[in-house]
Design a protein around this ligand. Structure first.
Ligand code: GLU
Length: 368
């Protein structure tokens, strides 16, 4: 899907686009970005912005240095900076008669199905009211174990739950290169990725994690989530003025093309979880059954990793630890430890109560 044909567009901007090395806010850049958004709105496109910058702007206001902050302090700084961030957007966007609203998400808001549907409805209502949602992680609440930690994956999950056509990650590099472009002059920009295994296999990722806050890793993770949800993703250099117009005019970015996804919305949500709680290692017989679209039974499970509850997201791996599916587990990890390898008819006797016989039902599972 090209930008021209996209109806719902998610754009992620990193802190380095809003604040320069001398800790000055880049108002001119933001104004040029607002102009681009105005052009998209005039073409009736629905736009969601995912913006970092709460901690960076909080640090400017308080005269703190980001890397010296401990978690609890950075949560407080994010609370101070988030309001600065929104004021900055509000001042700039109102000059183009664009209305903005704020959505702060925590990990559970996208990882729990009911909450993700709720969030989806809020986005839709905001579109209906002609407001542009500006999303950030709720950094004041998020602690390390329940945190996205990077807005790349957060943005991809927002794109997935809102059924967006395209996600644009505006970064401080022009896209994905064959090797680190800051070190190698002959590094080539990879313009199109369709098959992750094939197209990424010769890339030398060394040193590429310094790009943006999450580095190239989280961008590739985000691209995988998008690809499975039927959403294209672009990584482009946002340091230029009018960064969206530039994407339309210049073919200098990486686009990750999505698969035409036949999955329904619930299965898209299952496959794109950013925080599976555990893993089930299965034998070859169970792997074959999964390929034939059958449910996963206790008899085929060899091992369980992690602590999870009934209904949690889990990954299903084969004997050589290769991921073969993802799903929602009908048993807790403690229960599975007791029943793994057993025939389904023995489950009730072992656990002492009646349960489902499938550990992961085929309707709750998606092959990877
Ligand atoms: N949510 C963080 C902030 O607003 C930034 C996370 C990121 O840059 O990926 O400061």
């Amino acid at each position: 899907m090209s930008l021209k044909n996209s109806k719902i567009i998610v754009i992620k901007i990193g802190s380095s686009l809003l604040v320069d090395e001398n800790k000055k806010i880049k108002r001119k850049w933001l104004s040029s970005f607002a102009k681009d958004i105005k052009d998209l709105r005039d073409k009736n496109k629905k736009v969601i912005i995912v913006s970092s910058g709460a901690i960076a702007l909080g640090c400017i206001k308080m005269n703190f240095i980001k890397k010296n902050l401990k978690l609890d302090k950075s949560q407080a700084i994010a609370s101070i900076g988030q309001i600065e961030l929104m004021n900055l957007f509000s001042d700039t966007f109102s000059k183009y008669k664009l209305n903005i609203s704020q959505i702060l998400l925590t990990l559970e808001d996208t990882e729990e199905r009911r909450r993700s549907l709720n969030a989806k409805r809020t986005f839709e209502n905001l579109f209906g009211l002609d407001f542009i949602p500006i999303v950030n992680e709720n950094d004041t609440i998020a602690t390390s174990e329940i945190k996205y930690g990077d807005n790349d994956r957060l943005a991809s999950r927002v794109a997935q739950i809102t059924n967006a056509d395209i996600l644009i990650l505006l970064s401080d590099v022009s896209g994905l290169y064959s090797k680190n472009p800051k070190l190698f002059k002959d590094a080539k920009l990879i313009k199109r990725v369709e098959n992750f295994n094939k197209d990424l296999k010769d890339i030398n990722f060394k040193g590429m994690n310094e790009f943006g806050s999450g580095g190239m890793n989280t961008k590739i993770e985000a691209a995988k989530i998008c690809q499975l949800s039927g959403c294209d993703m672009i990584i482009s250099n946002g340091l230029y003025l009018n960064p969206i117009k530039r994407i339309i005019q210049k073919n200098e970015y990486t686009i990750f093309k999505s698969k035409v996804s036949k999955l329904d919305a619930r299965k898209k949500w299952i496959i794109s979880s950013v925080s599976p709680k555990g893993e089930l290692i299965i034998d070859d017989g169970a792997k074959k059954a999964l390929k034939d679209s059958k449910s996963l039974l206790a008899a085929g499970i060899k091992k369980v990793n992690g602590n999870f509850k009934k209904g949690d997201h889990i990954r299903i791996l084969d004997k050589s630890n290769k991921e073969c599916a993802r799903g929602l587990c009908s048993f807790s990890s403690d229960e599975i430890k007791k029943i793994l390898g057993c025939h389904s008819r023995k489950i009730e006797k072992i656990l002492g109560y009646i349960t489902k016989s499938e550990v992961v039902h085929k309707d709750d599972m998606v092959e990877v």
